[in-house]
Design a protein. Structure first.
Length: 161
């Protein structure tokens, strides 16, 4: 929710965003963040990350981050509820893959990479979901071919067409 940064003055607003735990590693003070409000459909506003609480809410598993928003034209009002487009940054490089490419068993989580004509299980961990894709981290390189629909029935080392 947008709040006045100083009592009685709406030229500078403060936007408090609850950032999910999976995304807090990529918070950068000073980064610009886009948001929209229902009062101005199709128009995008920005705020700058100014304060980070560094305290996790146990119930929501999120951290409060405050953005400073310049409102010189007074179009925005305290009490508005913006939809924030949070810039997801990861401290580790990650790749995007369809959720159907990720196999989860009781022992591990992996994708199946195709090398030559052989299946190779590669351990991964999941990150944020981006549309129909999931961010994954593992021993993969850009250009690697992974199966779109993986299953633990496709054994490591088996021939893949």
């Amino acid at each position: 929710m947008l709040r006045a940064a100083q009592r009685g003055r709406a030229s500078r607003l403060r936007l408090v965003v609850s950032v999910p735990e999976v995304n807090v590693g990529g918070i950068v003070r000073g980064a610009r963040v886009s948001f929209t409000v229902p009062a101005y459909p199709g128009e995008t506003f920005t705020g700058t990350i100014a304060r980070i609480s560094h305290s996790m809410d146990e119930k929501t598993r999120s951290m409060a981050v405050e953005l400073d928003v310049s409102n010189a034209n007074s179009r925005l009002a305290p009490g508005m509820y913006p939809a924030v487009t949070w810039p997801v940054r990861s401290p580790k490089p990650s790749l995007l893959a369809p959720a159907s490419s990720i196999v989860t068993t009781t022992e591990r989580m992996f994708v199946i990479r195709v090398r030559g004509d052989k299946a190779e299980w590669v351990n991964v961990s999941k990150g944020a979901q981006v549309g129909d894709l999931v961010s994954i981290v593992g021993a993969l390189q850009p250009g690697d071919t992974i199966l779109k629909r993986a299953s633990d029935e496709i054994r490591d080392g088996s021939v893949v067409k």
